[in-house]
Design a protein around this ligand. Structure first.
Ligand code: COA
Length: 175
């Protein structure tokens, strides 16, 4: 655990982000709305734009990439809320604290930006992700939405929220 580092990626790191993101989509297609086929088609300009649109954090041990997460504006434009998305940890590194290290870094970043809460939309059937988020301190809200616009099943996503102040148990009021 102690040899894991988490760092934000800059625009110049777009290829590293692309490679890890495509690995995530290939490895866990059920966890993400985007598909690897969609994103393999993106050109360099689009990847560079993505680096600037949201913060991209990568967890590494020496030269190997262990996981990624993104933090950006909330999808409902709530000015006090940042959104955590695209969380993925490589299968070999699961259960070793990498997900916590990534989310802690994302929460710190949002807090430094003056945000009061961090939202995380997670598939309600994604038991491991929901369990991880609950263990970290995220609380479920009543907000739900379909996971995909067109879907073979009717899985939905639930919004979970982490208060970024001192009180991790506080109930978000405006989300
Ligand atoms: C979601 C993810 C980032 C969590 O990271 P992780 O390293 O697996 O998380 P942890 O092992 O720290 O925590 C998972 C928790 O779920 C529990 N768990 C494991 N498998 C489970 C399952 N099938 N159902 C419910 N809970 C489960 C674990 O016991 C653990 O709980 P604990 O901390 O109380 O023991 C990682 O599993 C992942 O990358 N999954 C694939 C991509 C994905 O689903 N991303 C989320 C998209 S929203």
């Amino acid at each position: 655990m102690s040899d894991i580092s988490v760092r934000p990626l800059g625009e110049e790191d777009w290829q590293q982000y692309r490679d890890t993101r495509l690995t995530a989509l290939r490895e866990s297609p059920e966890a993400f709305v985007a598909t690897v086929a969609d994103e393999e088609a993106f050109d360099e300009d689009l990847w560079r734009q993505r680096m600037n649109r949201s913060a991209r954090l990568i967890a590494e041990r020496q030269d190997s990439q262990l996981g990624i997460v993104s933090v950006g504006r909330s999808s409902d434009d709530n000015p006090n809320t940042s959104e955590l998305f695209g969380l993925w940890v490589s299968p070999e590194a699961r259960g070793s604290g990498v997900a916590s290290a990534l989310v802690r870094a994302g929460a710190n970043l949002a807090r430094e930006q003056g945000q009061s809460q961090l939202a995380y939309w997670v598939g309600s059937d994604n038991g491991r992700a929901v369990a991880f988020a609950s263990g970290f301190g995220f609380r479920p809200t009543g907000k739900r939405r379909p996971m995909r616009v067109v879907s073979e099943n009717d899985e939905d996503e639930v919004a979970m929220v982490l208060a970024l102040g001192g009180d991790r148990g506080s109930v978000p009021t405006d989300f």
